[in-house]
Design a protein around this ligand. Sequence first.
Ligand code: ADP
Ligand code: ADP
Ligand code: ZN
Length: 217
Amino acid sequence: MRLILLGPPGAGKGTQAERLQARFAVAQLSTGDMLRAAAKSGSEVGRQAARIMARGELVPDAVVVGIIDERVDSADCRNGFILDGFPRTIAQAQALDAMLARKGLKLDAVLELTVDEEELVDRISGRFACVKCGAGYHDRHLQPKVAGVCDRCGGTEFSRRADDNAVAVRTRLKAFREQTAPLLPYYRQRGILRSIDGMTGIDQVTKALFAALAPPA
Ligand code: ADP
Ligand code: ADP
Ligand code: ZN
């Protein structure tokens, strides 16, 4: 199973990718997570990416395409993968097509999560994650079962993303509208785009995604 999760910042891509990954035993490839890890490592590329991400702009296509190209060959991608946050530009989508063709692989579906802008801002402003394992939470919509303790790993330290601030969010939404939204007609034309209402609760969105992936009866 090879999927793309498409949607604006805060739509729920990471949250749902985690569940799809568990259900289909495939790898979750989040370019955002990979870039944040590179930034933390302090490498030259990582430091450069961190500056761009803090502003809410997109990192150069060549950087993210290179990261994904390498990652797709890993053992955990044998059963397939969910691309979470990639591609984000037409150039990235074309590079992905060329890469998959070269490796003899095919995309099964592109799943779009649709969410209103007002709701996106609410989701982003309440987002936080476990420092130890990366599990995602929300101040109101998804709190740890025991306050201050991560459900998944028991960690007690949480953090918020530097780019989840009002100024960067505006830039990220603009980047989505201008650079990423053109991917919708790109995949629709190929008949592999499925649009899912992302405005409902987390469990309901998961159900809709599973239904969209079920083979037609
Ligand atoms: P993305 O990866 O698309 O940026 P996330 O999966 O990180 O989005 O979700 C953004 C925030 O919204 C997180 O705090 C998450 O817990 C919360 N969230 C995700 N899906 C929903 C939903 N369907 N309803 C309410 N809150 C949600
Ligand atoms: P979200 O979907 O919540 O906005 P991500 O974690 O997917 O966040 O991305 C965070 C930031 O990382 C983006 O604003 C951008 O700077 C960078 N980034 C992630 N994926 C890509 C990509 N495919 N192309 C360019 N930049 C990317
Ligand atoms: Zn944790």
